[in-house]
Design a protein around this ligand. Structure first.
Ligand SMILES: Nc1ncnc2c1ncn2[C@@H]1O[C@H](COP(=O)(O)OP(=O)(O)OP(=O)(O)O)[C@@H](O)[C@H]1O
Ligand SMILES: [Mg+2]
Length: 867
């Protein structure tokens, strides 16, 4: 596998690097902690000194949200220019500009702040906890409450909660790719390393934010929050909750518009000055045009759509941990899912015991029960609970001496028991292949019986035993030389709604693949029942493929069986490399790694804590159908965002270009700077209703990807269409109405506002508007309302101070004709445009820091005190 590690290994200079050079005893001493008791002294003092174990804050803050609105240099320039113009006597215009700017900023701020509040509310629902030893007691605490000196345990699938010096490990491996770029997990021990050792080789430490890929460990916290290695990286990165991938895509769109604005405004400025017009007027006018072009409200539209989406999903009992997860859902091309507990009920029912020797069926079950982790029907896994529920009457006369718990690598559980007659027996229960591999003299009928059960789609475990001398200690090396006793068969049928849910996902263009620890024939059986493909690869097949071969195999494989937790994660990683958005749906400890690795990890309410902790989205109800709803919601938001973008690039840019052009041949400004800004404010207001709009089926049927080339083409076709009608308006105003400056500006203000606002009703769909695709009521009301405000404004008392004058009624008649003509022409343009539009798959803007951001979100507090 490839190592993406930086070429020059960086020797970290943090607390964890120091601790890596100390032995475990000195570390404990340095932290003033007794390994058997944990932190006892002054916890509050430790917390006050170290600060919360957080690298980011999710508090909705007023000032930064306001700062975002004011950050645009355009706005600054505009205000400066307005102040200058006020100073030289243009009081009225400057005051109007000031008012409109304040209103626009307020609008953007209000929306952004509301979305931040929603993001904070989501965060507040989610808690990541860890178990620590304090005062000699094990207790669960929020990860943000960890302090240096705390003793914590980590196990498969956990995110390491702080920088730890390891005191004890069993087969511990950590995936540190988020910090080092190294995709192969690092093997951990408790030894020391020399000073100056690079980060990737600190084997005696586990680093905050990395994921336990195998085994387990116990360690002492040596650094928290910003003082950790992870903190050093994440704190520098802006982990703002609203920084979503939409925004990343939008950035390239904003850059496109910025270029248009720069070119237009420079041209306007240069030509106006060359024509001898007053410099200040020209500056104000071109700045207003630039403001008119820039989509200031876009971030607010996106974040408030996401916030509304999260509310809608929570009504469907889908919990998204962060707002971004919704757009990630909309972006999914491939869903990888485990089988047990997600596609199936996950509550297996014991069917029968099949002896393979002379035992009676109830004896086989009895042997199996001796090697289960549950003794009273709780704990253990679902299969164990099913066996326990079928326990034969009468108490067991054997005594359990030792137990080796189940793990997903061995796929075995073993117990050492002493039977009534005093013999000691090792009992091993587990995946049939794993058990039979360790058996001697397997009767020939077993394979046949097993194949029959598998073919019926039943879950099967095999039970085997071996007599050992008394005083024996049980280890995994005892799992050999066994005699098979029989098979225990259970059924775990698919959920009622699984087939429906999967076909809805297929309708959304999502490919579903099953990735399970269960046997291939069982997985295939379930997949057939659910209408999924049945081409299989097993864990053993995967082991001989390198990543490129696996990438090629992925295209044709729909079931992965008998795979380990690491295999699951590898399949996710390789699938992501092929470009699409990858979701992983799983509920077990064995799914946690894959959940961490996916673009969006999904879990269910009944899942294990590790899986729920690793997931971004949790389905709180058993109903899998909500998954398709989540995807649709994500895509709907995307589709609506695109509407705003298309509107901005067609009519709006067209109008601004017309204004720029007109200023060149008219003897006066075609619209006053303050009027342009007012026009822009009204237009923006109407767009705030876009998030409520419906999306057509065909629009949500494809994964939501950004396509800047498409947007550019759209602009080049529909921008000029808009300018064409502006030109017609100019002609009518000048030649028919013989308009002076004030009348001209008023007439054009009303026309341009009407065309650029109403165009959304046409471009919101590829179909025939209204008739074939109905817009949402709020959108219609907002669009029509804003046009009405624009139309009556010249007749109100405000008109004078805004530089407007009442228009003759006949002009309104002409205007109606123009608007209708314009919208019809847009329809013709749409038909032609979409007929020739290429179906090229768009490049997906990927946030290179997405895993870092996601990991950082779990170390987030409302108030982060600065140390
Ligand atoms: N309690 C158990 N005792 C013995 N063997 C078990 C037990 N639980 C599971 N197994 C065996 O180990 C195999 C793998 O289990 P694992 O939990 O990794 O995957 P799974 O739950 O079957 O599948 P999925 O990945 O779809 O959830 C099972 O198919 C079964 O044969
Ligand atoms: Mg499972």
């Amino acid at each position: 596998m490839t190592a993406l590690a930086p070429p020059v290994p960086r020797a970290p200079a943090t607390a964890v690097a120091d601790a890596a050079t100390w032995d475990t005893v000195s570390t404990l001493r340095a932290m003033h902690v007794d390994a058997a008791v944990g932190v006892t002294d002054d916890l509050a003092g430790r917390l006050a000194r170290s600060g919360p174990n957080a690298v980011t804050s999710h508090r909705a803050r007023v000032l930064p949200a306001l700062g975002h609105q004011l950050a645009s240099p355009l706005l600054g320039l505009l205000v400066v220019a307005a102040v200058v113009s006020a100073a030289v006597g243009e009081r009225g215009g400057a005051a109007t500009i000031a008012v409109v700017v304040v209103l626009s900023v307020g609008l953007g701020f209000g929306n952004e702040y509301r979305a931040e509040r929603a993001a904070q509310a989501l965060h507040d629902q989610v808690h990541h906890t860890t178990v620590v030893l304090r005062d000699g007691r094990r207790q669960e605490v929020d990860v943000t409450g960890l302090v240096p000196g705390d003793l914590v345990d980590i196990a498969l699938g956990d995110v390491v909660p702080a920088d730890l010096r390891l005191l004890d490990v069993t087969g511990l491996e950590c995936d540190e790719s988020v910090l080092t770029g190294e995709s192969v997990p690092a093997i951990k021990d408790t030894g020391t390393v020399p000073a100056g050792t690079p980060l990737a080789e600190l084997t005696g430490c586990a680093l905050m934010g990395t994921v336990v890929a195998a085994g387990s460990g116990h360690g002492i916290v040596v650094a928290t929050g910003a003082a950790t290695e992870f903190g050093g990286v994440a704190v520098g990165l802006d982990t703002h909750p609203l920084d979503t991938r939409f925004q990343v895509g939008l950035r390239s769109f904003s850059v496109l518009l910025a270029w248009v604005a720069v070119v237009l405004t420079t041209a306007v400025l240069v030509v106006n000055v060359a024509l001898g017009r007053p410099l200040l007027d020209a500056v104000l006018f071109s700045l207003a045009i630039a403001v008119g072009i820039t989509p200031q409200l876009l971030p607010a539209v996106v974040s408030s759509s996401l916030a509304a989406g999260s509310r809608r999903l929570s009504r469907r009992h889908v919990l998204v941990k962060r707002l971004v997860c919704i757009e990630d859902l909309g972006d999914v091309d491939v869903l990888l899912t485990d089988k047990t507990g997600t596609l199936t009920e996950g509550r297996p029912v014991f069917l029968r015991a099949v002896p393979t020797g002379d035992d009676r069926p109830e004896d086989v079950l009895r042997w199996g029960l001796r090697a289960t982790e549950t003794t009273d029907g709780t704990g253990g896994n679902a299969l164990d609970r099913a066996l326990r529920a079928a326990e034969p009457a009468g108490s067991d006369d054997a005594v359990r001496l030792a137990l080796l718990p189940f793990d997903h690598e061995r796929r075995l559980v073993s117990a050492l028991v002493r039977t009534a007659d005093g013999t000691c027996v090792v009992v091993t229960k587990g995946a049939p292949e794993a058990v039979l591999d360790r058996c001697v003299d397997v009767p020939s009928g077993v394979a046949h019986a097993l194949a029959a059960e598998f073919a019926a789609g039943n879950r099967v475990v095999a039970v085997a035993t071996r007599t050992v001398p008394g005083g024996h200690a049980l280890t995994v090396d005892d799992e050999h030389g066994l005699t098979v006793r029989g098979l225990l068969v259970a059924s775990d049928p698919p959920k009622d709604d699984a087939a429906d849910a999967l076909s809805r996902l297929a309708d959304l263009g999502i490919t579903v693949k099953v990735v399970t620890g269960d046997a291939a024939p069982v997985a295939v059986h379930v997949c057939r029942q659910l209408g999924l493909g049945d081409t299989v690869l097993t864990g053993a097949d995967l082991a001989v493929l390198d990543d490129d071969e696996l990438a090629a195999a992925l295209a044709t494989t729909s079931v992965f069986a008998r795979v380990s937790p690491q295999d699951k994660a590898r399949i996710v990683a390789v699938q992501r490399r092929t470009g699409g958005g990858v979701a992983f749906l799983g509920d077990g400890v064995n799914d946690a790694l894959a959940l961490h690795g996916a673009d969006v990890g999904i879990s269910v309410e009944s899942a294990t804590d590790v899986a729920k902790d690793a997931a971004d989205v949790i389905l709180l109800e058993k109903d899998l159908g909500v998954l398709a709803d989540g995807v649709t919601e994500g895509r709907r938001i995307f589709v609506n965002t695109i509407k705003y973008v298309l509107m901005g690039t067609s009519s709006n840019v067209g109008n601004m270009a017309s204004a720029a052009g007109a200023s060149l041949f008219l003897g006066f400004l075609p619209m006053l700077p303050s009027q342009i800004l007012l026009n822009n404010l009204l237009y923006d207001t109407s767009q705030l209703a876009i998030p409520t709009d419906r999306a057509d089926d065909e629009q949500v049927r494809r994964p939501a990807h950004w396509d800047i080339a498409f947007i550019r083409r759209f602009m080049l076709v529909f921008g000029p269409l808009s300018s064409l009608f502006d030109a017609l308006t100019f002609v009518v105003l000048l030649t028919v109405l013989h308009a002076g400056p004030t009348e001209f500006r008023t007439g054009w203000f009303v026309e341009s506002l009407a065309t650029q606002t109403l165009v959304v009703l046409a471009i919101r769909t590829r179909r025939v508007p209204f008739w074939r695709s109905r817009p949402s009521l709020p959108l219609v009301l907002a669009a029509v309302g804003v046009v009405a405000v624009g139309a009556v404004l010249p007749a109100t008392p405000l008109a004078r101070s805004l530089g407007f004058t009442p228009l003759p009624a006949v002009y309104y008649l002409v205007l109606v004709g123009f608007v209708v003509g314009y919208l019809l022409l847009i329809e013709v343009g749409k038909a032609a445009f979409y007929a020739t539009a290429s179906r090229a798959t768009a490049v997906r803007p990927r946030d290179p820091h997405r895993h870092l951001r996601r990991r950082a979100a779990r170390f987030s507090v409302v108030h982060r005190s600065t140390r």
